[in-house]
Design a protein around this ligand. Structure first.
Ligand code: PEP
Ligand code: MN
Length: 344
């Protein structure tokens, strides 16, 4: 439920509400506005009568959140959440572009591609060092060595780094390198991993599970939010359908649907959603036209020889062209690309 305090309610009254929430075995999630504080109380609170809170001094109103997800809902947080990342915001007017290879393959490869994507307009660098491969015999990633190369790429380009975490045991080691944890589609319902990411204070780029509904996606994100990590960026990366002409089916509808249901930023991954570089730029544009707050895309200097996802990887030249077109679409829908990196 949401406990809405009277404008200007003093700290002692807010603290008393928080103490009562904890006494009821719920967790408290205050949002301190300029004038008014709203305190979310979540947990198995169905049977806690709201009168308990209504009776406390300074409480203006208590509302139950009707959706099964609470902290992710627009009922809890009406306005779009805007997160400050290194060098840009996500969730506001500006649309950041995250680009880089599927996998970090070598020091030379990641440094070269990092400079290339930056030059073409990227705001953050992606690259996997722990790879969730369908076959255990496929390349599994460089692990910590790859993170060292990513960190060097960040140092040289200033681009913050986004990389996938696959296991709870990797979090601590990875924290010293990453700017944004990527939660992969295959782990969207790995509840232990979600809870552990909720304990960190590093933003999470949260990929939709390949057969997850929008509601399941929001419920899963709640595991992270309820741990106190508020910076979750949702990503539509395609779902599995009966259609086999593309690797996945981009659920374009999910973008406006999510934007209606949640205040969290929503981005599009046209690389995994199509699986084919021929379609990536069009679907990136479609995502932005549909209201996406950002784009994450795979770019490789030599897609034909990439160790993973080469077929869907753009060359730096194709990426630069995509950025120009996404910029035009963004402007058509009253958005813009992040200003400092845009090449006109
Ligand atoms: C990736 O980003 O390389 C990846 C494995 O993505 P997903 O989890 O969406 O398949
Ligand atoms: Mn990939």
């Amino acid at each position: 439920m949401m406990i809405i305090m009277h404008p200007g309610a003093p700290k002692e009254q807010i603290d008393a509400v928080i103490a009562e929430i904890e006494k009821q075995n719920l967790s408290s999630h205050p949002i301190f506005g300029v004038e008014q504080t709203i305190i979310g109380a979540v947990g198995d609170g169905h049977y806690v009568p709201k009168e308990i809170f209504e009776a406390l001094p300074g409480v203006m109103e208590v509302q139950r959140i009707s959706k099964p997800y609470k902290l992710a809902s627009r009922q809890f947080h009406e306005h779009d959440s805007i997160f400050q990342l290194d060098g840009f915001h996500i969730g506001g007017t500006e649309i950041p572009i995250i680009a880089g290879p599927c996998s970090v393959e070598s020091r030379e490869q990641i440094l070269e591609i990092a400079h290339a994507v930056k030059e073409a307009g990227a705001n953050a660098l992606r690259g996997g060092v722990f790879k969730p491969r369908t076959s255990p015999y496929s390349f599994q990633g460089l692990g910590e060595e790859g993170l060292e190369y990513m960190a060097e790429a960040r140092e040289q380009t200033g681009l913050p780094i986004v990389t996938e975490v696959m296991a709870v045991s990797q979090i601590k080691m990875m924290e010293k390198y990453v700017d944004v944890f990527q939660l992969g589609a295959r782990n969207m319902q790995n509840f232990n991993l979600l809870r552990a990411l909720g304990e960190t204070r590093i933003p999470v780029l949260f990929k939709r599970g390949m057969s997850a509904t929008v509601e399941e996606m929001l419920m899963a994100s709640e595991y992270i939010l309820s741990g106190g990590n508020t910076r979750v960026i949702l990503c539509e990366r395609g779902i599995r359908t009966f259609e086999t002409s593309t690797r996945n089916t981009t659920d374009i509808n999910a973008i406006p649907v999510l934007k209606e249901l949640t205040h969290l930023p929503v981005i599009i991954d046209p690389s995994h959603s199509t699986g084919d570089s021929k379609y990536v730029s069009n679907i990136a544009k479609a995502g932005v036209a549909a209201g996406a707050d950002g784009v994450i895309v795979e770019v490789h200097q030599d897609p034909a020889h990439a160790v993973s996802d080469g077929k869907q990887s753009l060359t730096p030249e194709a990426f630069a062209k995509m950025v120009k077109q996404v910029k035009a679409v963004a402007e058509a829908v009253d958005r813009r690309l992040v200003s400092q990196h845009v090449t006109a």
